[in-house]
Structure formats: C-alpha cells, structure tokens
Ligand binder design. Structure first.
Ligand SMILES: N[C@@H](CCC(=O)N[C@@H](CS)C(=O)NCC(=O)O)C(=O)O
Length: 213
C-alpha cells in the first residue's frame, strides 16, 4: 500500500497523486497541511522535518518528500520505458525540464504571481511587483513553448515522469487571471493534459479555498 500525506489543493501533492494515477497505482491519501494542519506535529516532522507536504511511503519503505524526487522514485520503481526513459541521456533530457520548472518557471509564477494574487486581498496587492513578475515569466514561458514545439509531451507521444512536474502548475497558470505570453505550443500541451482523466481528476482542483477572504 502506498500512503500519501498532503491536501489535494497542494500543487506538489497533485504532482505525486497525478503520477500515481497515470501509473495505475492506488494510494491512501491523508489530508494534511493548509487548513487541515497536522504538518507541525512531532509525528509529521519525524516523517518530513520540513513540515511540508507531500510525504509518500511505499509499504514499510522510507518516508519520501520533495515531490519531484517522489515522482522519480515512482518512475524508477513502477514506470515503463516511456514514463521513465532507460537511457541516461534520454532521461536527463526530459529531467532538466523538471528541474527547471521547480527552480525557474515555478517560483517565477507561484511566488511572483499566483500567491501575491490569491493570498492577498485585491486592494492590497502589489500590482507593480506582479507586473514585473509577469514580464519575467513571459521569457520563461517562451522557452518552454519552444521546447514543446518538438512533440506532444516532453518524452514523445505519451507522458513521462517529467510531465508530472512540468504539467502540474499549468492548471493554475492557465486559470488565474493575469497577463500571459502568447505561447501556442505550451497552450496546446496544457490542453492535451486537460484531456487526460488523471490530470482532470487530480490537478484541475479548485484553489478557491486558498484565496484571501
Ligand atoms: N519542494 C517541495 C515543496 C513542498 C511545499 O512547499 N509544500 C507546500 C504545499 S504546495 C506545503 O506543505 N505548505 C504548507 C501547508 O500546506 O501547510 C516539494 O516539491 O514537495
């Protein structure tokens, strides 16, 4: 049995739950974090000293945290050669985009635009800072757009582990009201993802509960 700790509204939890669903793996998920709390208890901190979700445990294996590392674990353990490319070159060629989304595009969008828009009441938003972040993000979105001109998914005609990491934040990217770059390949990639039942169920989850009241 695979167990996941983390609320369904967390994009990092969504990354993991979506990967599990794509791989046909069942899991038991416990709501932890955000309004549910429970991530600052001694028991939780023993699983993840960062106090963050997700955490995954496969059977009686070690407690795993960091969503991208978890997806790589699932790919290596349960994925076929499409989901988890065998050749180190093929794997690193898609994995670099997973790293990049975590370190470049993701923070630029989530820290620069999403949270300052959603967690701050409209009257108090720093619109100049959000506009500056929009400008920075347009450059990054153009880079991803150019990469996605090469094929349907990052690793070819079907999803691979890196799509889980890259694709998960795109639901928020495309449903939040802000000024996006014109990126037809990225838009088409997102639309392909939305047609996948596992993405629709686990990633296209309302974030209204996260909005500032
Ligand atoms: N780099 C970590 C980030 C984990 C993280 O920041 N998780 C957030 C939710 S997306 C969290 O636990 N926030 C505290 C909370 O939900 O209470 C990962 O990818 O798993």
């Amino acid at each position: 049995m695979i167990t996941v700790w983390g609320r369904a509204t967390s994009v990092n939890v969504q990354t993991v739950i979506w990967a599990l669903a794509e791989l046909g793996l069942a899991c038991e998920r416990h709501d932890v974090g955000g309004a549910f709390g429970g991530n600052d208890t001694p028991d939780f901190l023993a699983m993840n000293p960062n106090g963050l979700v997700p955490v995954l445990r496969d059977g009686d294996g070690p407690f795993l945290w960091e969503s991208a590392a978890i997806v790589r674990y699932l790919g290596a353990g349960y994925g076929d050669g499409q989901f988890w490319p065998v050749s180190p070159t093929a794997r690193a060629t898609v994995d670099k985009w997973a790293e990049w989304i975590k370190t470049s595009f993701g923070p630029a969008f989530l820290t620069g635009i999403f949270w300052p828009s959603i967690a701050v009441p409209e009257a108090k938003r720093d619109l100049a800072a959000i506009a500056a972040a929009e400008k920075r993000l347009k450059t990054l979105a153009a880079m991803l757009d150019a990469r996605l001109a090469e094929g349907a998914y990052l690793g070819g005609e079907d999803v691979c582990f890196a799509d889980m990491v890259v694709g998960a934040p795109l639901y928020r990217y495309y449903t939040l009201d802000f000024e996006r770059a014109d990126t037809p390949n990225l838009r088409a990639y997102y639309e392909r993802l939305t047609a996948r039942p596992a993405y629709a169920e686990h990633v296209m989850v309302s974030y209204d509960s996260l909005r500032a009241k």
